[in-house]
Design a protein around this ligand. Structure first.
Ligand code: ATP
Length: 183
């Protein structure tokens, strides 16, 4: 089975995916690297400071590439063929922690704002549920957890213990709606 690890940029997808791939013996698939290597982009978006991904081309490529033995790392959920994936793990991170991580990366203020807003508003969780359905999607609050703890949770969910990680268990809006007002 292929596993998708997703979430807002900076939440820890790559860190968790690499460790998960190492532990499970699955192949790690870095979608950002494929997009650059295969030139699956249509241009550059100045607002988000990132490539505009050609999701149709990327999805077609992934349909051929994926053998159902991968850990896929991407926030571009719409490019991942639904039929290849059995579990979608949406990593969540306290928006203030996320802001600090993105500041450390040296992101522009406008890019940080867009990403923090997306995290508060559950954007990737909502897209994941729309595309993959509630059965396949789990959200994990990674705040204050180290990588091994997060991988342990994923293991446990893969063994069927996912009830407390179903969509809806994380609610940043209640705590951080004021950040949206400030922005
Ligand atoms: N569980 C964790 N605890 C503390 N720091 C973490 C954790 N996971 C990742 N980090 C740190 O957060 C930063 C972002 O991690 P990472 O690159 O894995 O995020 P990402 O979601 O893959 O980002 P992007 O989508 O931009 O590639 C890195 O500096 C990483 O070391």
């Amino acid at each position: 089975m292929a596993i998708l690890v997703t979430g807002t940029p900076g939440v820890g997808k790559t860190t968790v995916s690499l460790e998960l791939a190492r532990k499970t013996g699955k192949n790690y698939v870095d979608i950002a690297e494929i997009v650059k290597r295969e030139k699956f982009y249509k241009g550059y978006d100045d607002a988000t400071d990132s490539l505009i991904v050609d999701t149709a081309k990327l999805k077609k490529y992934l349909r051929n590439l994926l053998t159902c033995n991968e850990v896929i790392d991407t926030h571009v959920v719409e490019a991942v063929p639904q039929e290849k994936v059995t579990h979608v793990f949406v990593l969540r991170l306290d928006p203030v922690q996320l802001m600090k991580r993105l500041e450390q990366r040296g992101y522009r203020a406008s890019k940080i704002r867009l990403n923090v807003e997306a995290e508060i508003l559950d954007s990737i969780l909502i897209d994941s549920v729309k595309l993959f359905g509630t059965e396949k999607v789990f959200e994990i609050n990674t705040t204050g957890k180290d990588v091994s703890e997060i991988v342990q949770i994923i293991y446990s969910i893969l063994q069927g213990n996912g009830e407390e990680f179903k969509p809806g268990n994380v609610n940043w809006l209640q705590k951080y709606y004021f950040l949206l007002e400030q922005q």
